[in-house]
Design a protein. Structure first.
Ligand SMILES: [Zn+2]
Ligand SMILES: [Zn+2]
Length: 249
C-alpha cells in the first residue's frame, strides 16, 4: 500500500472508526457472528401477487396467466427475497450501503444472498445481471450497489467456479425518480415503463438469467427488467433482492 494511501486510511479510521453495526466489534461493518444471526427467509412467495407461497418464489400460475395475457412474455419466473426489512440490522445495513456510501457492506449483504440461493433449487444461472443505475446516479454514488452484490454472488455462489457476470447487459435509458419517493403504485409503474433496454448485439437466447438488486418495493423495476430480458430471448429470468420494502399500498 502506498504511504499516502496508508496515511489516508489511518486518518479515516480515526475519524470514522469501523465497527460492527450490530454488536460494535471493531474493524468490520457487520461481523461474521452477527451475519450468521440474520434470519433468512425459508419460505418464499410469488413475487407478483405476494400472496401465494411457492417453491423458491416462483411466479404462481394465476400471475403467469395475467402476465402472458398482457404479452409480457411471462416476465419473471421466480423472485427470491433473502430477508426482511424488519430483520435487524438489514434496514440499517442497506441504508449505510446506499446512502452513506459504505461499499464494503456489499460483502455481508452479498453473503446473505449466497446463503439464501444455496438453499433454493432454482436452476444455476448462465449469467448474473444487475439492475443498472442511470449514469447520473452512478456518478453521485460512485458505485452501483446492485452491481457489487451481483458480482459478489457470481464469485461466491459456487465453491470452485465463477458464474459469468454482466453489469452492462441492461441499460437504463433515462433517469427515473427513485421509486421510494413515489408513493402511488400507478405512478411507480409509469415511472419505470420502458426505462430499460438491452445492450445491442448481446446474445441471451435460451439463457437462464439471475437478476440482482438491493431492495425491491413494488417490484416494478425487476418486472420491467425481466420483460426486456425475456423479449431478447432469455429462457428464464429469476431475481433476488436483499429485502422487499413495505409500500403500505
Ligand atoms: Zn457483530
Ligand atoms: Zn402470484
Amino acid at each position: 500500500m502506498l504511504i499516502i494511501t496508508k496515511i489516508n486510511k489511518f486518518i479515516l479510521d480515526i475519524l470514522f472508526p469501523i465497527k460492527c453495526i450490530s454488536c460494535g466489534k471493531e474493524n468490520e461493518w457487520l461481523c461474521e457472528s452477527c451475519q450468521a444471526r440474520i434470519k433468512i427467509r425459508d419460505e418464499h412467495v410469488c413475487g407478483i401477487c405476494e400472496r401465494v407461497i411457492t417453491p423458491d418464489g416462483r411466479t404462481c400460475l394465476a400471475c403467469k396467466k395475467i402476465a402472458n395475457k398482457k404479452s409480457q412474455g411471462g416476465a419473471i419466473d421466480g423472485f427470491i427475497v433473502a430477508s426482511s426489512y424488519l430483520q435487524f440490522p438489514i434496514a440499517s445495513a442497506v441504508h449505510l450501503f446506499k446512502y452513506r456510501f459504505i461499499r464494503d457492506l456489499h460483502i455481508p449483504l452479498g453473503n446473505l444472498l449466497v446463503r439464501v440461493l444455496q438453499k433454493t433449487e432454482i436452476p444455476l444461472p448462465d449469467i448474473i445481471v444487475s439492475v443498472p443505475l442511470h449514469h447520473r446516479r452512478l456518478r453521485w454514488r460512485g458505485f452501483n450497489q446492485a452491481s457489487l452484490l451481483a458480482k459478489h454472488l457470481a464469485m461466491n455462489l459456487l465453491t470452485h467456479n465463477i458464474i459469468p457476470f454482466d453489469e452492462d447487459l441492461l441499460i437504463r435509458n433515462r433517469h427515473t425518480s427513485p421509486q421510494m419517493r413515489i408513493s402511488d403504485y400507478k405512478f411507480r409503474k409509469l415511472n419505470i415503463a420502458d426505462a430499460f433496454s438491452i445492450l445491442p448485439n448481446s446474445d441471451i437466447k435460451n439463457k437462464t438469467i439471475l437478476l440482482v438488486d438491493d431492495i425491491a418495493t413494488t417490484g416494478s423495476t425487476i418486472f420491467e427488467c425481466a420483460k426486456v430480458l425475456k423479449a431478447a430471448g432469455a429462457k428464464e429470468v429469476f431475481a433476488i433482492v436483499v429485502a422487499r420494502q413495505e409500500t403500505g399500498a
